[in-house]
Ligand binder design. Structure first.
Ligand code: NAD
Length: 255
């Protein structure tokens, strides 16, 4: 028995990092997994690897900032599978590494568009689809930087703080609906994915030192650490959990 047997899951940002690790784990737990991403070749490869390992998985190209693409992907899933039970809003980009007083408005808007507008659209269309079935669970990936600020990432912090409270508002709107839809946020600390590798490369060794000095565990987390939290919130074991914030950060926010 898998923890997600019989459930259909849509994972945005499924071609890489946290989304990819979550796709692996969800398929192993019995879910039918639909990965979506703007990286088509990578997404197809990840889906093929999951199928080779015995899982049920497909890939669909999908830009989460475009509402028409949300309408299409949800309609396709309803037609192909009959229901949508889990949505991971995982697609996102990192901060700019630029001081606020030097930041171009377009740089600000791009981050907010992918990290916040995309999650809003996901909640809107994901909830609509889940209400046509037997309800479901939406997991929005925020960040420790949805609680704490960091210099040179004001756009990222604003987007992730927005995801945190968007999730709570959506959870309250859904709490008395029938069927029930739960909405929660996860707040990863620094996790070893291409996004963080890129930030370390761009910002230099001081950024790695910042992480090692400020994370109580003194190291990066693994994508699987986050995937385990997503699977818990997606599963029926979390049936009484909504509007909550699951922090998985090696102790960062405990300081
Ligand atoms: N890695 C970390 O330490 C960390 C910490 C906190 C939060 N997060 C968040 O976790 C999520 C996943 O990050 P990751 O570390 O796995 O990064 P990643 O770069 O490995 O994966 C992000 C994926 O999102 C996709 N994507 C970007 N824009 C998109 C769009 N418009 N439409 C569809 N897909 C798009 C990318 O193509 C990529 O495959 C992000 O929201 C990120 O902000 C990551």
């Amino acid at each position: 028995m898998g923890r997600l047997d019989g459930k259909v899951a849509l994972l945005t940002g499924g071609a890489s990092g946290l989304g990819k690790a979550t796709g692996d784990l969800m398929a192993a737990e019995g879910a039918t997994v639909v990965l979506s991403d703007i990286q088509e070749v990578e997404g197809e490869n990840v889906a093929a690897a999951i199928r080779e390992a015995g899982g049920a998985c497909s890939f669909k190209p999908h830009d989460t900032t475009v509402e028409a693409q949300w309408e299409r992907i949800c309609a396709d899933i309803m037609e192909e599978h009959g229901h949508l039970d889990i949505l991971l809003n995982g697609a996102g980009i990192g901060g700019s590494g630029v001081e606020l007083i030097e930041m171009e408005l377009d740089t600000w808007k791009r981050c907010l568009s992918i990290n916040l507008d995309g999650v809003f659209l996901g909640c809107k269309h994901g909830i609509r689809a889940m209400l046509q079935g037997t309800g479901g669970s939406i997991i929005n990936i925020s960040s420790i930087l949805g609680f704490a600020g960091i210099a040179n990432s004001s756009n990222y912090c604003a987007s992730k703080g927005g995801v945190r409270l968007l999730s709570k508002a959506a959870a309250l709107e859904c709490a008395r609906k029938t069927p029930r839809v739960r909405v929660n946020s996860i707040h990863p600390g620094f996790i070893d994915t291409p996004m963080v590798a890129g930030a370390i490369q761009r910002r230099g060794p001081e950024f790695r030192e910042y992480i090692e000095n400020n994370v109580p565990f003194g190291e990066l987390g693994e994508p699987l650490d986050i995937a385990e939290g997503v699977v818990y919130l997606a599963s029926d074991a979390a049936k009484f959990v909504t509007g909550s914030e699951l922090t998985i950060d090696g102790g960062f926010l405990a300081r």
